[in-house]
Structure formats: C-alpha cells, structure tokens
Design a protein around this ligand. Structure first.
Ligand SMILES: *Cc1c(COP(=O)(O)O)cnc(C)c1O
Length: 363
C-alpha cells in the first residue's frame, strides 16, 4: 500500500486564476511566471494548462526553456535573469528566447555575438530594489548601444518592485522608472501579482504574475486569496495513520515541546518536512481533519505531524482525510493561513513540495 500523502493539482484552478489576472489587466499581455518548476507545481503541466490562455512564459532556468520548446510550446519565453554565460546565446537564438539584460557584460556579449536572428530583449532598470538592473546613470548608454548595434528585434523596459505587497507601495520606484524611461515610447513591464492587483497605474504593456496564478494571495495580511477570487491549484492531502489518547503530562514528538495539560485525543498524519511541510510550523498551525479545522501539536518531524482531535467526533480515526493546505468546500484550508502560522510564505511552501509526494492531476 502506498503512503497516503498526495498533492492534487487542479489545472482548471490555474486557468481560473489566469482569468482573474485578465480581469485586472485589461488589454495588457501576460507572462505567466513558471520559474522554480512553476512554483513547485510542475513546469510542463502548468505551462500546458495555460497554453490557450497566456501570452508567454517567464522563468530563470535555461533547461526549463528547453523543456518548453521540446514540448512544442511556441509562445514567447522571457528569461528573467537573462543568460549567465555568453555561450548560451546560440541556444537563445535557436529557441528564440527573450533575455532580460541587467548587466553591462550581457549587453556587450549580445552585441558581439552576431546571432543569426535578432532577439527581442528586456532591459532591466534598477529603480530601488537594488538587486538587478541598470542605474539611472548607466541605462541610457546601454540602450543606445543596443539600438546602434542593430542586433535586436525590440527593447522592452522592465523593473521589479520591492514593496508592491507592503505599506510602502510602489510610488517611489514608479517615479524613478518614469524619470529613466519617460518619453522613450518603448513598451514596459513592471507588475508582479501584488502590483497588478493593487496598482492599476503599474500595469503597463506586459504583466508578470506568479503567485496569484497558483491561488495564493500576494498580500495575505491585507486580502485573502478567497477575497481576491483566487482558487488553490495545489492541495496537499494525507491521512491519519494512528490515533492515541494522552493523559495530562504526556508529551508529543521530538523535544517533547508539547505537553498535554488535560486528557486529549491526538492523531498522527503521514506528512512531515520530508514532504515539504514547513518544519518551523509551531503548535497551533491550522490543519483540516475530516472537514474540521484543528491544530498541529508539537514539532513537525520528517514524516509525521501530530494533530489535536480532542474537539472532533470520536468517529474521526485512522484513515481520516487531512488537508495540509488547499482543498475546496469543507476541506478547504488556505495555504496562506498555514504559511503565516509557520512564519513563511505560500511561495516557499509550494516550491518545497518534495519529489516523494505523488501527484494527482485534476481537470
Ligand atoms: C518571480 C517574479 C515575478 C512573479 O512574482 P509574484 O510575486 O509571484 O507574482 C515577477 N517578476 C519577476 C522579475 C520575478 O522574478
């Protein structure tokens, strides 16, 4: 018998969430961000599910771009960090990839490469996040060099916001962007999920949603995924494999970090950090057991989590279904609620889904 853990991936939810993006962005075009194996959901099935809906795919892994092309996908592909070495450029030409250029050596390498086709490029401007991109004083020279070299098909100006999901917002970065890009009449791409939902002025020509496609809120403390009409794509589900009674004073699990104050009924779930469940989730992290919300108890171990069954009917026993996150109806549990309790974000939980968890494709 197989271990009862599984991840259900609901591809119709992915398409629904893409429609939510469309509702917000009007006629802007959509790069579906599928880096990190589509945020842990599986690159090819995610890309295929969106093939009719989306305008392009954005990622950082060259092997991922190769896999998309091998699968027959002909959409534009945006490489969010560009190429890492100049010797990747012939493959960029062969696969017709769109590199983001964020460093001078990349511009030099492209200009000097004499590729057999002209590639569209994204020129990345640093407007305050201070990770990648050209500063104000460098940008005009880079653009001039690209245009003069006559080796590119088009230039789109791009930036990335540091605080689109935070109180600080995007105004300063947007001002910096306009100060650099203003008057140039080039297409622009600015917004991730948080920015396209909160700041219509940042929608531009191409948006770059990631997390909202997968059904989590980019700002769960402000608005839940349900309030944003986003549906979970990933449901992590397992079963109770043991149930036991604790007497007052009994401890549970490694480190004996949880000690029962009264008689309790507890369940053991076949899911742990070896499956991608966050190890730092403390006692009290929400979990859905047989359609009722309860809490975890004690430390998360590699293969197991303990849950409180004291308030659940005594009929809930071994074999009962447990939703760790995702799900629908009375089995629904928001990944954002779990992430918040565990001091992390749904992005990280999705990406951490372990290879040992069997996938069940739905719809
Ligand atoms: C990952 C990424 C995105 C998507 O961000 P979400 O918060 O998941 O919507 C957009 N743009 C860039 C440059 C990224 O690296």
């Amino acid at each position: 018998m197989a271990r009862p853990i599984r991840a259900r991936l609901d591809w119709s939810a992915l398409r629904h969430n893409h429609n939510v993006v469309r509702r917000h962005v009007g006629s802007a075009r959509v790069w579906s961000v599928v880096k990190a194996d589509a945020y842990g959901h599986g690159l090819l099935p995610a890309a295929r599910a969106l093939i009719e809906a989306t305008d392009g795919y954005a990622l950082v892994e060259l092997e991922g771009a190769v896999a998309l092309r091998d699968a027959g996908i002909t959409h534009p592909i945006l490489m969010l960090e560009g190429f890492y070495q100049a010797d990747e450029l012939p493959l960029y030409a062969e696969l017709e990839l769109t590199p983001v250029l964020h460093t001078a050596w990349q511009v030099d390498a492209l200009v000097e490469a004499c590729l057999p086709i002209r590639l569209p490029v994204y020129l990345k401007l640093n407007t305050g996040m201070n990770r990648l991109g050209f500063n104000h004083d460098e940008f005009a020279a880079m653009l001039a060099r690209l245009v003069a070299a006559d080796c590119i098909a088009s230039v789109t100006l791009m930036t990335h916001f540091a605080d689109a999901d935070e109180a600080r917002g995007i105004q300063q970065q947007l001002e910096n962007f306009r100060a650099m890009a203003g008057g140039r009449e080039l297409p622009v791409s600015l917004a991730n999920s948080a920015a396209l939902l909160r700041f219509p002025e940042a929608i531009g020509d191409w948006v770059r949603p990631g997390i909202m496609l997968y059904g989590a809120s980019p700002f769960p403390a402000m608005q839940s995924a349900a309030e944003l009409d986003l549906h979970p794509v990933m449901t992590l589900e397992s079963e109770l494999i043991a149930v036991r009674e604790l007497a007052p004073g009994d401890a549970i699990g490694y480190g004996s970090s949880f000690v029962a104050e009264k008689a309790m009924r507890v369940g053991v779930v076949a899911c742990g950090y070896g499956d991608g469940y966050p190890r730092h989730a403390p006692t009290g992290t929400p979990v859905q057991v047989a359609g009722q919300r309860t809490r975890t108890l004690g430390r998360v171990s590699m293969d197991k989590i303990c849950v409180d069954l004291s308030e659940l009917p005594s009929t809930v026993g071994v074999g009962a279904t447990v939703t760790l996150w995702g799900g629908a109806g009375d089995m629904h549990l928001s990944a954002d609620d779990v992430a918040t309790a565990a001091g992390t974000v749904a992005y990280e939980m999705f990406c951490a889904l372990a290879a040992r968890v069997p996938i069940i494709d739905v719809n």
